[in-house]
Ligand binder design. Structure first.
Ligand code: GDP
Ligand code: GDP
Length: 434
C-alpha cells in the first residue's frame, strides 16, 4: 500500500517548487511527453528506497491570500484525512504570519506526523531568522532552500522515517475495485444497490493505515473487494465542490485498486472533474470502467447512447479502448453488467502473453512498418517481452531506443490492442537497449 505525503502551507511559500524537486524526474518527463499537465500537484516520489505519493494541497489556489483564507481549513483537512505524513511549509523571508499560526493550531491537534519545513533559507543570515519558527509549537524544523535544493535531503530523511511501516501484501488474490467519481454521481447508491439491502458482505477487513475498510463481496459468482468504501460512507464530509479536493480524495482508493469504476452523472457529462479522475487512474495504470449513471434522466432518441459514448471517447483520447456501461442505479439497470465488466477488465489486466507469441505476432508487423529513420539512423527492434508486473508492460529491445518516438509507440500499442484484449487496461511500452 502506497503512503501519501501532503504538502500544506499558504501561497507563495514555495510548495510547488519543493513539490517539483521531490517528484521523480522520469515522471515529469513522461508527463510532458504525453502533454498531461493535469497532475502538477500529484506525483510519485521515492527516497532511500521508499516510494510514496506526494500531494501539493495548495494545488488549486490561484495565489491570493483572501482566496486562501476561506479554503485553509479544507486544505489542511484534506491533508489530515488523506495523508500519512504532512509537510508544513513556511517562509523565512516573511516570517510567521497569522495564517501560519492558524495552520499550526490545526496541525497541533492531530496525531499524524507533521514535518515543519522552513523554506527560502538561502543564506546563513536566514538560518538564524528561522529560529522564530519554534514559536509555532511544532517542535524541530528543517531549513531548506527549495530553489537550490539545500536541506531537502534531510527533510526527505525525516519524511521517510515517519512513513508507516510497509504492510505485507495480503495473501488473498481478490480483485480490488474502487468506485470513484465526483460527489453526487451516485457512488454510494451504486454500492448500496450492490450490498446495502442484502448485506452480502462477508468480511470487513480493517486497513491498518487508517480507518479504511475493504469490503469483500461474494454473490452471483462474483468475489472481489470494494476498496476504501469507508471513504464513500463518510461522505458527509466529502461534499467538496472544488475539483482539486474531490479528485485528491480519490487518490488512495485509486492507488490501492486494480480496477476503477468511474461513476459519472449522465446529466452532467464527462466534465473536467471526471476527466481528472480518469487520468489519475490511467496514470496509475489501473483498469478502468466508465459507468454512465442516471441514464434514466436522459431523454432518449435514436442515437442518444451512441452519441454520448462517442463524446466520452473523444474526451479520453488517445486511451479510448475503455468499456463504457450505461446504468441507472435508481432503476437497478445494468448494475451487474457493470460488475461483470469490471471483472473482465481485471482479467484483461492480468493477461500474460508468452514471449514467443508476442514475437511471432508483432515482429512481422514491425518489419512491415519499421520506426521511421531519424537523422539517417535506423531502429531495429530485435525482440519483445512482457515484464512480470501486475499490469501489462512490454519491453521492446532495440539498438537505438531513444530514437523511437511516442507516435510509433502508440502505433505498437494499437497493434497490441488489436491482437490481444486489453479493453479498459493501460498498456506501457518501453524501448530498451539491446
Ligand atoms: P507556492 O505558492 O507555495 O506553491 O509557492 P511557489 O513554489 O510557487 O513559490 C513562490 C515563490 O517563491 C516563487 O517565486 C519561487 O521562485 C520562490 N521560492 C520558492 N522556493 C524558494 C527558495 O528556496 N528561496 C527563494 N529565495 N525563493 C523561493
Ligand atoms: P455520491 O455522492 O456519488 O455517493 O452520490 P449518491 O449515491 O449520494 O447519489 C447522489 C444523488 O443522485 C442521490 O440523490 C441519489 O438518489 C441520486 N441518484 C443516484 N443514482 C441515480 C440514478 O441512477 N438515477 C437518478 N435519477 N438519480 C440517482
Amino acid at each position: 500500500m502506497n503512503s501519501i505525503v501532503a504538502v500544506v502551507g499558504r501561497p507563495n511559500v514555495g510548495k510547488s517548487t519543493l513539490f517539483n524537486r521531490m517528484i521523480k524526474r522520469r515522471e515529469a518527463i513522461v508527463d510532458s511527453a504525453s502533454g498531461v499537465t493535469r497532475d502538477r500537484h500529484y506525483g510519485k516520489s521515492d527516497w532511500n528506497g521508499r516510494e510514496f505519493t506526494l500531494i501539493d494541497t495548495g494545488g488549486y489556489v490561484i495565489g491570493s491570500d483572501d482566496v486562501f483564507e476561506k479554503e485553509i481549513d479544507k486544505q489542511v483537512e484534506l491533508a489530515i484525512d488523506e495523508a500519512d505524513v504532512i509537510i508544513f511549509v513556511v517562509d523565512v523571508i516573511t516570517g510567521i504570519t497569522p495564517m501560519d499560526e492558524d495552520v499550526s493550531k490545526l496541525l497541533r491537534k492531530i496525531n499524524k506526523p507533521v514535518v515543519l519545513c522552513v523554506n527560502k533559507v538561502d543564506s546563513n543570515k536566514n538560518r538564524t531568522d528561522a529560529l522564530e519558527f519554534y514559536n509555532l509549537g511544532l517542535g524541530e524544523y528543517y531549513s531548506i532552500s527549495a530553489t537550490s535544493g539545500s536541506g531537502t535531503g534531510e527533510l526527505l530523511d525525516a519524511v521517510v522515517e515517519k512513513l508507516p511501516e510497509r504492510e505485507l501484501e495480503e495473501e488473498e488474490d481478490l480483485p480490488k475495485f474502487a468506485v470513484v467519481g465526483r460527489p453526487n454521481a451516485g457512488k454510494s447508491s451504486f454500492i448500496n444497490a450492490l450490498i446495502g439491502e442484502d448485506r452480502y458482505i462477508v468480511t470487513d477487513i480493517p486497513g491498518t493505515t487508517r480507518d479504511s475498510i475493504d469490503t469483500r463481496y461474494t454473490r452471483f459468482g462474483f468475489d472481489f473487494k470494494l476498496v476504501d468504501t469507508a471513504g464513500i460512507r463518510r461522505k458527509a464530509k466529502v461534499k467538496e465542490d472544488l475539483e482539486f479536493y474531490s479528485v485528491m480524495r480519490s487518490v488512495r482508493a485509486i492507488e490501492n485498486s486494480d480496477v476503477c469504476l468511474i461513476v459519472m452523472d449522465a446529466s452532467r457529462g464527462f466534465d473536467s472533474q471526471v476527466q481528472s479522475i480518469f487520468w489519475l487512474a490511467e496514470k496509475n495504470r489501473k483498469g478502468i470502467v466508465i459507468l454512465v449513471n442516471k441514464w434514466d434522466l436522459v431523454k432518449k432518441e435514436t442515437n442518444t447512447m451512441k452519441d454520448f459514448e462517442a463524446k466520452v471517447r473523444e474526451e479520453i483520447s488517445p486511451f479510448v479502448d475503455v468499456p463504457i456501461v450505461f446504468i441507472s442505479v435508481l432503476n437497478k439497470q445494468r448494475i451487474y453488467k457493470a460488475i461483470e465488466t469490471a471483472v473482465e477488465v481485471y482479467k484483461n489486466r492480468s493477461t500474460k502473453i508468452k514471449t514467443r507469441v508476442l514475437n511471432d505476432i508483432l515482429l512481422p508487423i514491425i518489419a512491415a512498418n519499421p520506426p521511421p529513420a531519424l537523422k539517417g539512423k535506423y531502429v531495429k527492434i530485435k525482440y519483445i517481452t512482457q515484464l512480470p508486473t501486475p499490469q501489462p508492460q512490454f519491453a521492446f529491445f532495440c539498438n537505438l531506443p531513444q530514437y523511437v518516438k511516442d507516435s510509433y509507440k502508440r502505433f505498437i500499442e494499437n497493434k497490441l490492442r488489436q491482437e490481444f484484449n486489453f479493453n479498459g487496461v493501460p498498456v506501457s511500452i518501453y524501448m530498451r537497449k539491446k
